[in-house]
Design a protein around this ligand. Structure first.
Ligand SMILES: Cc1ncc(COP(=O)(O)O)c(C=O)c1O
Length: 309
C-alpha cells in the first residue's frame, strides 16, 4: 500500500474535537458522504520555508465552494487553521524541516447512505500533511499534453469553480491522456473552448501575449492563476482572458500550466506535436521566475509565520 509518510488532523464529526495522528492510523467512517458521493470540498496549499503560501486565499475559495455546493455551514475556520498549524508542527517535529503539501478536506458529514443531504450530521475537517516531494529550487520537467475527448463538466451540472471532492471528470481525462502516453490533458468545454488541465490552469503564449480562459468559461479560480495574472502585470507582459478555440491552440509559441504545488510548468508538446521549438519558452521561464519572486517576497513579509521549529 503506497501510503506516504504523513500526519493527519482529524476532526470528530460528532464533537468537532480533533486529534493529531500518523496518516497510516487515520480513518473515517464508511458512512461518510465524501466516500459515497464525493460530497466534500477541498483545498491544497504548500509551504515555502515552513510558511503556508496564500493560505487565506485557499480559505476564501473554500468558502466560495461551500456556497456553490450548498453547504449550510463550515467547521469553525479558526479551529481549522489550528488543525493545519498543529498537523504541520507535528510533521516537522517528526520529519524535520522539509516542505509540505497540505490538503484540507471538508466532508459534508456522516449519515445514512442516502443522497438527501438533510439527513447527515455536520461538516467536519480532515487535514493531511505530507512531503511536497521536491525542493523549491528544483525545476519541474516540461509536460506533454493532449486535448482530451472528455469534456469539462458543465457549469450548470457540476461547476468547476467549486473545488469539490468529486474529481471523476479529471480522473478520467487524466487516464485518457495517459492512455496516449501523455502527461496530462487539456479539457475543452461542451462548445469546444479550452478550459484547464485536470488539476491546473492553462495558458497560451502567442504573439508576445499571454492568453488564458476567463473564469466564466467554467474553470477553477486557481490561487496560482491569480498570482500569474499579477506577475504578468508586474512584468508588463500583455495578458488577455479570452475564449480559446481549437484554432487559437494552433501555431502557439508556448504553453504552460499553473498550480499551487507546481507553480508554473512548461507544456512542450500538445497532441504529439511540439509547441514552438519543443523547449520551455522564454516568456514561460520569465513568468515562472517572476512568480517565484512574488512568492519569495510574500514569504519574506510573512517570515514570522513559519511553522518550522
Ligand atoms: C481543476 C483545477 N484547476 C486548477 C487548479 C490550480 O489551482 P491552484 O493554483 O489554486 O492550485 C487545480 C488545483 O488543484 C485544479 O484541480
Amino acid at each position: 500500500m503506497a501510503i506516504p509518510r504523513s500526519i493527519v488532523a482529524l476532526q470528530d464529526p460528532e464533537t468537532a474535537q480533533f486529534q493529531i495522528l500518523d496518516g497510516a492510523d487515520a480513518y473515517i467512517s464508511v458512512f461518510d458522504r465524501s466516500f459515497h458521493f464525493g460530497d466534500s470540498l477541498y483545498e491544497v496549499a504548500r509551504s515555502y520555508h515552513g510558511i503556508l503560501f496564500a493560505f487565506d486565499d485557499h480559505v476564501a475559495r473554500l468558502r466560495r465552494s461551500a456556497s456553490l455546493a450548498h453547504f449550510e455551514e463550515l467547521p469553525d475556520l479558526d479551529q481549522l487553521a489550528q488543525m493545519v498549524r498543529e498537523a504541520c508542527a507535528a510533521f516537522f517535529a517528526r520529519y524535520g524541516n522539509v516542505e509540505v503539501y497540505v490538503r484540507t478536506t471538508i466532508s459534508r458529514g456522516v449519515g445514512d447512505v442516502n443522497i438527501d443531504r438533510r439527513g447527515c450530521g455536520k461538516p467536519y475537517a480532515v487535514v493531511l500533511v505530507k512531503d511536497l516531494q521536491r525542493a523549491p529550487s528544483e525545476p519541474l520537467a516540461p509536460q506533454r499534453w493532449v486535448v482530451a475527448a472528455r469534456r469539462r463538466n458543465l457549469v450548470t451540472a457540476l461547476d468547476p469553480a467549486m473545488k469539490s471532492g468529486n474529481y471523476l471528470n479529471s480522473v478520467l481525462a487524466l487516464a485518457e491522456a495517459q492512455s496516449y502516453g501523455a502527461d496530462d490533458a487539456l479539457m475543452l468545454d461542451h462548445r469546444g473552448y479550452a478550459t484547464e488541465g485536470t488539476t491546473s490552469n492553462f495558458f497560451v503564449v502567442k504573439h508576445g501575449e499571454i492568453w488564458t480562459a476567463p473564469l466564466s468559461v467554467g474553470i477553477l479560480a486557481g490561487v496560482t492563476r491569480a498570482q500569474v495574472l499579477e506577475t504578468c502585470r508586474d512584468l508588463a507582459i500583455p495578458l488577455r482572458e479570452r475564449l480559446l478555440s481549437r484554432y487559437d491552440l494552433q501555431h502557439v509559441d508556448e504553453l504552460f500550466l499553473s498550480s499551487s504545488t507546481r507553480e508554473v510548468q512548461p507544456i512542450v508538446a500538445l497532441d504529439g506535436r511540439p509547441v514552438g521549438d519543443g523547449q520551455p519558452g522564454p516568456l514561460t521561464l520569465r513568468i515562472a521566475a517572476g512568480l517565484r519572486a512574488r512568492i519569495d517576497a510574500w514569504c519574506q513579509a510573512h517570515a514570522g509565520d513559519s511553522l518550522w521549529p
